[in-house]
Design a protein around this ligand. Structure first.
Ligand SMILES: [Zn+2]
Length: 136
């Protein structure tokens, strides 16, 4: 199975995402680094390199997500998969309050837990971007 993502496929994924991270919603234009095309279901778990399984992600979210597809909650008794930007609406699982990304569902909770959206630096960055009208 190929990992190769052509330039045209990369562009299609970026355009579909409106050049924002599909997890933390950071706009690429506000970032100091180029965003990445990632596998929603990682290749390790059988995910394919096809448009329907790719998402646009900032390097921070992509590296924290890694090959994971979910996590455990409630003292390890409940497994939840991560937010899937190909199948779910961001606003159904998350909300933004004062620069914090807060979960609205267990899927949101598991995603916030592992992708660790709310570091002090990320919160500050979001507040500044909100003041500039660039976020969310
Ligand atoms: Zn992100």
């Amino acid at each position: 199975m190929s990992r190769y993502i052509s330039a045209s496929l990369r562009t299609k994924v970026a355009v579909r995402a409106e050049f924002r991270c599909e997890y933390c919603r950071l706009p690429e234009i506000a970032a100091m680094v180029k965003f990445q095309v990632e596998h929603v279901i990682s290749m390790q778990h059988g995910g394919k390199t096809i448009f329907a399984n790719l998402a646009y992600a900032c390097p921070v979210c992509n590296s924290k997500k890694g090959p994971n597809v979910g996590t455990v909650l409630e003292d390890e008794t409940v497994f939840v998969r991560f937010f899937n930007p190909r199948k779910q609406m961001w606003s159904a699982h998350f909300e933004i309050q004062d620069g914090h990304i807060l979960p609205k569902t267990q899927i949101g909770e598991g995603t916030v837990k592992i992708l660790d959206f709310n570091t002090p630096e990320q919160i500050l960055e979001r507040v500044v971007l909100m003041q500039a009208g660039l976020y969310p």
